[in-house]
Design a protein around this ligand. Structure first.
Ligand code: ASP
Ligand code: MG
Length: 417
């Protein structure tokens, strides 16, 4: 008998009627003979509402109380699904994170799962009971309720699947992972399979289907992940045979990908800001004097470009941060202006990062050059570049986002027929 973790996101449990639809998906898998654990998000918009309450209560709220408050959204949906399943004659019960327990680190609102004691859960699943687990939450060693960061239910599901030795189906409001955002590029195609590594890049580069951390975990523990739609008719979906093709996208090991493309997907993020530190001396230690204080303030820097003056005396250093960190980055650097010795700071947030991702890039030359050619042919200027083995990212003016996505999608042969 195989074990299955089914995870449903906020739009799939947005109201009681939709939770009834979720119950039908669960019923199908139970009737197929699976032992099922379900992980749920809060109703769409609920977590934002709860975060709003915290902010209303105090500008400087206790993060541990924030976790206690925002984790409640998942308890509501879990209890409701258990009730609905029971009404259908399916044995089911809800589990809060602490009841299992899902043990996490103590960093409130950004806790990491450290260990899951799944013995109780397994015992109840072996009796034929469906376990409905509240996602996004756990308990710290101090006995406080913790949450895993926004979008954390994906991570709850994958971690649970790893500890139950189960496969994991992620039900969401899209029917899979696409070559790029289908709302922008009509010719975007659903990928039947994508490797963990590519998915990880795509998730961290702005594709919003899965929380980045959940993909990391799936990769480490080799959990087969299937992304599929909860809005398909529940009785109409062919049940996934083994870990083979199902109706959605399978996120899996590279070896299982048959039809390998050089570029598998194109991600974008408008959530970027650019800072240029003007006219610093070009000497050893200057980059450290800029980036050390930013690191100490917990600001992640992504792309970095340095331009040196013709006489080799001075440099401009440009870098990007997520838009949310821009003000903080500027204030950290202004405080250190004397020490760093820069003339001025220049910032821009009307920028987009576009990334091409594909494991095929490892073995093919000219993939990045093609990207630059395509952008140049449309008169799109590149403000910064970053690369890894399987991705190339460029920063461009936000106005050109759609043009860049469409033309790159065509250039790398990703358009649907
Ligand atoms: N409800 C949480 C959030 O909105 C966790 C999740 O849905 O994954 O961030
Ligand atoms: Mg989500």
């Amino acid at each position: 008998m195989s074990r299955l973790v089914m995870k449903f996101g906020g739009t799939s449990v947005a109201d009681v009627e939709r939770i009834r639809n979720v119950a039908l998906h669960v019923k199908r898998e139970v009737e197929e003979g699976n032992q099922v654990a379900v992980v749920l998000s809060a109703m769409a918009g609920k977590t934002d509402e709860l975060v709003g309450f915290c902010k209303q209560a105090s500008a400087n709220y206790d993060r541990r109380e924030y976790d206690f408050i925002v984790s409640s959204g998942e308890q509501i949906t879990s209890g409701l699904l258990a009730i609905i399943l029971q009404d259908m004659g399916i044995d089911a019960r809800s589990w809060a994170g602490w009841q299992i327990p899902i043990k996490t680190s103590s960093v409130a609102s950004a806790a990491r799962i450290e260990e899951i004691d799944s013995a109780n859960l397994i015992a109840s699943m072996e009796k034929g009971q469906v376990s409905v687990v509240a996602g996004f939450q756990g308990i710290s060693a101090e006995g406080r309720v913790t949450t895993l960061g926004r979008g954390g239910s994906d991570t709850s599901a994958v971690a649970l699947a790893a500890s139950l030795d189960a496969r994991c189906d992620i039900y969401t409001d899209v029917d899979g992972v696409y070559t790029t955002d289908p709302r922008i590029v009509k010719q975007a195609r659903k990928l039947p399979r994508v490797s963990y590594e590519e998915m990880l890049e795509m998730a961290s580069l702005g594709a919003k289907v899965l929380q980045t951390r959940s993909v990391e975990l799936a990769m480490v523990y080799k959990v087969p992940l299937q992304v599929r739609s909860s809005f398909d008719a529940p009785d109409n979906i062919p049940v996934v045979p083994g870990n083979n093709f199902g109706p959605g996208t399978l996120v899996c090991e590279e070896e299982l990908i048959v039809e390998e493309q050089v570029v598998s997907g194109i991600a974008y993020s408008k959530d970027e800001a650019k800072v240029t530190v003007r006219h610093v001396k070009d000497k050893p230690g200057i980059s450290a004097s800029i980036f050390r204080p930013l690191a100490d303030a917990n600001i992640s820097v992504d792309m970095i470009v340095q331009n040196v003056s013709p006489d080799g005396e001075f440099a401009n250093i440009t870098f990007t941060v997520v838009a949310n960190d821009l003000d903080m980055a500027v204030s950290v650097l202004e405080e250190k202006q004397q020490e760093i010795g820069f003339e001025s700071l220049e910032t821009a947030s009307n920028v987009t990062k576009i990334s091409i991702v594909g494991i095929g890039m490892r073995s093919h030359a000219g993939v990045a050059a093609k990207m630059f050619d395509v952008l140049a042919s449309h008169g799109i200027n590149i403000l910064a570049i970053a690369t890894s083995e399987i991705k190339t990212s460029v920063l461009i003016d936000q106005d050109y986002t759609e043009l860049a996505l469409r033309s790159l999608h065509t250039a790398y042969d990703l358009d649907a027929e």
